[in-house]
Write a protein that binds this ligand. Structure first.
Ligand SMILES: *Cc1c(COP(=O)(O)O)cnc(C)c1O
Length: 460
């Protein structure tokens, strides 16, 4: 063994303790460090010929890179839709690396079984019945892509073509209908060989991001034969929800695969006041839900569900003598694009075991309350204007006067010490979004952001 490795192995308990202390420092700083610190990058260095040992690497990381990191795990990083990491999820993630399991194949049993049971818990959390099978993937983009891949196979089944075997060219033209789909849908269609232009944008309801079910019905009439509908349960700008039950009812007259992108909106199932928004989720053929957003597990983690694992296996089957035959219960290697991968379920298992449905419900409800409080504060500020009602956990707003993209970017930049907000365009207007999905955020953070907004606005 290399002497550096041998020394680190001998000192492992102390080194891990030192690492734990550095991690604690990072976490302790989160509420008060600049949310996005100025970027002063160190000069690149050549690949080290001689290593520094773990202690040396830790010291360099702590001094050079840690101070440059954003507080993206903290309470006022409100850009995109960014969760943090609950204490139990963090512990689960550390132990994931320590145990270093590869849950791809059932030849090594316990790790995949914990994944299956965690998926069972998640199914319950989102109110889905046991007809749904699931698998862990790296994020909602991958979850949407897997759902669309199964949809592609289903279209083949309808048209008498085996797409997995004969390729997408055998399928012919495909139509994917959606109101306000996330950018990852077009990316998924590109990856799957269906092409970005397969996506047909269906009109949305007046002043909303939710699809107009009547317009969807008309669009379906114009499509020749079976197609795919992507319903959106939680849009990123204004957290709007398609009427899932109305969409599902269109199946009486039209033949389509229903994929629901509920990346973060799926968590409304936890809030009794909002659960109705996703009550129709169980009509979907495939479902995407992110876990590194509102479940507050570390990157990267999402789950995908489907009721047609048979089609899924046709797409993702990884046949090799050394992996064994296809069993009654498919291995994860036969269900998603990856072969080997990390034991993603453990962080989710830890946080669900530690806080339960009730604990995760409290996070969701508190985040919604924070968004509502910020929405009310913004409405009361003469310099700002809400662009949409605060339906859930995102506040979408703009400047009351002269709302150019430049001025909004200036405002966001001025706020960076206190909070991180991301720009968008909504209803043709440049805007800013504040998205609440971190388990640590409280009304005190909303108050700090409101004060910061007031001060910066006065100087704008
Ligand atoms: C975040 C998001 C995605 C993409 O998620 P990643 O985890 O970043 O791949 C897809 N759809 C919706 C609605 C999202 O909010």
């Amino acid at each position: 063994m290399h002497p550096r490795l041998a020394t680190d192995l001998a000192a492992l308990p102390d080194l891990l303790e030192a690492t734990r202390l550095r991690a604690t420092e990072i976490l302790d700083r989160l509420p008060d460090q600049p949310v996005v610190p100025p970027l002063r990058l160190p000069a690149p260095e050549p690949l080290p010929e001689e290593g520094a040992g773990l202690a040396g690497a830790l010291a360099e990381f702590t001094d050079t890179w840690a101070p440059l990191l954003s507080a993206s795990a903290g309470p006022r990083y409100l850009g995109f839709v960014t969760g943090g990491v609950t204490p139990a999820a963090l512990a689960g993630d550390w132990l994931t690396a320590a145990a270093d399991q590869n849950p791809a194949s059932a030849l090594d049993d316990a790790a995949p079984e914990l994944e299956r049971r965690t998926i069972g818990w998640l199914r319950d959390l989102f109110g889905l019945d046991t007809a749904y099978q699931g698998a862990f993937v790296s994020g909602a983009t991958m979850s949407n892509t897997v759902g669309l891949a199964i949809a592609r196979e289903w279209l083949g089944e309808r048209r008498g073509v085996d797409v997995a075997q004969d390729g997408v060219a055998a399928l012919g033209r495909v139509r994917v209908l959606s109101g306000s789909s996330h950018s990852s849908i077009a990316k998924g269609l590109s990856m799957l060989g269906l092409g970005r232009t397969a996506l047909v944008q269906v009109p949305v309801l007046q002043g909303r991001e939710a699809v107009d079910p009547a317009a969807l019905g008309r669009a379906l009439t114009q499509v020749d034969g079976p197609c795919v509908v992507v319903a959106n349960a939680g849009t990123v700008n204004t957290v709007d929800f398609d009427d899932l039950r109305a969409i599902a009812a269109l199946r009486e007259r039209h033949d389509f695969w229903l994929h629901v992108d509920a990346a973060f909106g799926g968590f409304t199932a936890l809030s009794p006041d909002h659960a109705d928004l996703v009550a129709g989720l169980g009509a979907a053929d495939s479902i995407c839900i992110d876990l590194h957003k509102w479940m507050n597990v570390p990157y990267d983690s999402a789950v995908q569900f489907t009721r047609r694992p048979d089609l899924q296996v046709r797409v993702f089957r990884n046949a090799a003598a050394y992996l064994g035959p296809l069993g009654e219960i498919p291995d994860f290697v036969d269900l998603t694009p990856e072969n080997s991968r990390r034991w993603r379920a453990l962080a989710a298992w830890f946080t669900l075991r530690a806080y339960g449905r009730d604990g995760h419900r409290e996070i969701v409800q508190r985040n919604i309350a924070c968004a509502q409080a910020l929405g009310e504060a913004i409405e009361a500020m003469p310099g700002l204007r809400l662009l949409a009602p605060v339906r859930l956990n995102v506040v979408c707003f703009t400047l009351a006067e002269n709302p150019t993209a430049e001025r909004l970017a200036g405002l966001a930049d001025e706020l960076k010490d206190e909070a991180f907000l991301t720009p968008t365009t909504y209803a043709g207007a440049p805007a800013l979004r504040a998205a609440f999905s971190n388990w640590r955020t409280t009304e005190t953070d909303v108050h700090r952001l409101t004060e910061a907004l007031q001060t910066r606005l006065a100087k704008l």
